[in-house]
Write a protein that binds this ligand. Structure first.
Ligand code: SF4
Length: 451
């Protein structure tokens, strides 16, 4: 099983730490369907070298848009050697005809139901060319093969996913394309999710679910079950779910200490065009204040290049983030991924400028812009990153918190993430990244009242 490195690994913007965070959980999840007699290797090119000098019966490759060309090369190599090659993932599901030219079998959509079916067919020497997932459930899913994960190579080996998909339909998101033809949001049974959490060593967890608070009942029961487990965790949620009811309080009580929030844009028209109804007419600052009052740090996501954006959008966005003590910001240049409604709309309007998928990394402009030129957009995007992560802004932002401990946590978290690249690179090189986990856990520890 191979996760080829994203093309960005050769770019000057490549930050090894960013791609040494999480192990390839999707492949380890599928590996659980193999029989105990099957000999299997799980290789992640972000953290190890691929030698490609073996001759396996079966090669399974996970394809994202910016590793697609690399994945196809690896696939072609193994097919020439006589191995049977299976390709799956977001890009394969978006562009099956393209991927099929490099594979013996392609997988469309999630693989929990189709992969075991394929294995049966493969062993009976009757594999199909295409497997399409129509039944969507996480019930009876066997435990993830975490024994295949090289834990010391990752900062966050305890990544976990307890649901699939998301209840929303943002036009730039892959979600609808990947889950087309079946359910696009479903969860594990709460008891199964709690059992998986119990199996993970240490304290820290990172939920990679698209929207951890997406199903209120499930999330509420999960957080109730996690109370007393002494965990600290990070995850993703929408502005709407943070403002609604008391789910976010339950999450905080269970150990939620940092959350990824897709703010994306401040423009109501941009939100409407992006079909981001969960952000419309929502008070972002109220959501932020609520998170801060619960001691939850915020990773805000923002998109530049939406049709209503003008030259001031970069400064407005950075200033807002600093003023509101957003702990880390992730900026993206709008990217119309194939298969999404955004891509379809832009294609109809003749606005897609290139189909070189290597450029679809949210750092390049691949479509015809409106108010901004491509150059203004690229420069503004780079300026925003530099500006937000200037020491003076990190300090300003940290100092806005009420308590002295939260000020320090913010400073350590943001500074540590962006300002100590040589340290991260050294730890990655010496395969000691995991030794930083206790430090991360202590930064994420709960602050007691009055501290
Ligand atoms: S909320 Fe996030 S995961 Fe859900 S559809 Fe929108 S962008 Fe995708």
């Amino acid at each position: 099983m191979i996760l080829p490195a994203l093309t960005e690994s050769e770019s000057p913007f490549w930050r090894p730490i960013k791609y040494s965070l999480f192990p390839p959980l999707g492949l380890a999840t599928l590996a659980a369907y193999l029989s105990p007699d099957d000999e299997i290797d799980l290789l992640d090119q972000h953290v190890e070298e691929l030698k490609l000098n073996d001759n396996p019966d079966l090669v399974i490759i996970q394809v994202y848009i910016t590793n697609a060309y690399r994945a196809y090369k690896i696939a072609d190599h193994y097919r020439k050697q006589g191995s049977y090659v299976l390709l799956g993932g977001l890009h394969v599901t978006s562009l099956p005809n393209e991927a099929a030219q490099h594979a013996d079998t392609i997988f469309l959509g999630p693989g929990e139901e189709t992969f075991p079916q394929f294995l049966k067919d493969f062993k009976n020497k009757m594999p199909k060319k295409v497997y399409f997932s129509s039944v969507r459930t996480l019930e009876k899913k066997p435990p993830v093969r975490r024994d295949l994960i090289k834990r010391n190579r990752y900062l966050v080996p305890n990544s976990i996913v307890v649901s699939r998909g998301c209840p929303h339909h943002c036009s730039f998101c892959y979600k609808d394309a990947f889950f087309e033809g079946g359910k696009s949001f479903y969860t594990q049974l709460v008891d199964d999710a709690l059992a998986e959490i119990e199996r993970l060593p240490g304290r820290h967890l990172y939920f990679l679910d698209d929207h951890l608070l997406g199903n209120q009942k499930f999330a509420g029961e999960l957080f109730d079950g996690m109370k007393g487990m002494n965990r600290v965790f990070q995850g993703a949620a929408t502005v709407e779910s943070i403002l609604k009811g008391d789910l976010i309080e339950k999450a905080a009580e269970a150990g939620l200490r940092s959350v990824f929030v897709g703010f994306e844009t401040f423009s109501p028209e941009n939100l409407r065009q992006s079909n981001k109804s969960q952000n419309m007419e929502k008070n972002y600052v109220e959501a932020i204040n609520r998170l801060h009052s619960l001691g939850i740090m915020i990773n805000g996501s923002f998109v530049f290049g939406l049709d209503e954006d003008d030259k001031d959008v970069f400064k407005r966005t950075v200033d807002w983030g600093v003023r509101n003590s957003i702990t880390t910001s992730t900026y993206h240049i709008l990217t119309p991924y194939p298969g999404t409604n955004l891509f379809k709309d832009m294609e109809k309007q003749g606005r897609i400028l290139t189909r070189n998928w290597d450029l679809y990394d949210t750092r390049n402009v691949v479509y015809q812009t409106t108010n901004l030129t491509a150059n203004e957009l690229t420069l503004g995007y780079k300026w925003a990153y530099n500006e937000f992560y200037r020491w003076s802004n990190i300090l300003d932002s940290s100092l806005q918190h009420d308590s002295y401990k939260h000020k320090l946590k913010h400073l350590f978290y943001t500074g540590g993430w962006k300002k100590f690249e040589p340290v991260w690179n050294f730890l990655i090189k010496t395969k000691n990244l995991n030794s930083m986990l206790p430090l991360l856990e202590s930064i994420l520890a709960k602050v007691k009242t009055g501290e």
